[in-house]
Design a protein around this ligand. Structure first.
Ligand code: CA
Length: 235
């Protein structure tokens, strides 16, 4: 299997969950490292240089937010956060802090593996920094960054500046959930009370123009209550 070179650090104090993740990942050819505490995990990021971190938010010595804050100072390793359903707010907060994705407990093998594969693709994307004059392509959707032009099956789609900016922003973070506030700050600079509604209206228009009926997640997935995610070609 080609992914056997990937090293994944799992930071989780719950033995049952840690051992479940360990087994699933190892069975699928990944090398797995375990840490039970936040500080131990932070040290292992520098000493073992993992390709990916799976991080529980509730750790005995410090919370997962602390881990992300410290690691993100100088490390871009993809981080998948494990959160309980009661931690909806923490989920958004950790994505804004720099986590790449999240999995809500309880989760199954298929979801874990899909999120891991997506996160590892993100890290490859960021290594191949997009060259100037490049285009983004997802199936029949093409975004030409130079001409600020969007087309589907070769047909140019007319978009407002705001709609284009939102779509381009999502495509530049392909595969990653971008929270409402991250998108809003990038497009309008600051949050105000109407921002989320404004973003949702623009997204509805974008989806309509791209030919997506409500609920059709062909290009962009609506992560309810959290944000939006541009799909990767291999999703
Ligand atoms: Ca825990």
């Amino acid at each position: 299997m080609s992914n056997n070179k990937y090293k994944i650090l799992v930071v989780e104090d719950d033995h049952n969950i840690a051992s479940f993740i360990h087994t699933v990942l190892e069975t699928n050819g990944y090398q797995v490292l375990l840490a039970e505490r936040c500080r131990q995990g932070i040290l292992m990021v520098s000493s073992h240089m993992p390709d990916l971190v799976v991080l529980d938010l509730g750790l005995p010595d410090a919370d997962g937010e602390e881990f992300i804050r410290v690691v993100r100072v100088e490390n871009t390793v993809p981080i998948i956060v494990l959160s309980a359903r009661t931690q909806e707010q923490d989920k958004v907060y950790t994505l804004d802090l720099g986590a790449n994705d999240y999995i809500t407990k309880p989760f199954g093998t298929a979801e874990l593996l899909a999120r891991v594969r997506a996160a590892l693709r993100i890290s490859r994307h960021s290594i191949q920094a997009s060259a100037p004059g490049s285009t983004f392509q997802l199936d029949d959707l093409v975004i030409d960054y130079d001409r600020r032009q969007v087309s589907v099956s070769g047909e140019v789609i007319h978009m407002t500046q705001t709609e284009y900016n939102i779509l381009a922003f999502l495509s530049q973070h392909v595969g990653k959930v971008m929270t409402y506030s991250a998108i809003i700050r990038s497009i309008w600079g600051a949050m105000d009370t109407g921002s989320t509604k404004k973003l949702q209206v623009n997204m509805a228009n974008i989806r309509k123009k791209l030919g997506c009926a409500p609920g059709d997640n062909r290009y962009v997935v609506n992560e309810l209550g959290v944000g939006y995610r541009m799909l990767d070609t291999a999703d």
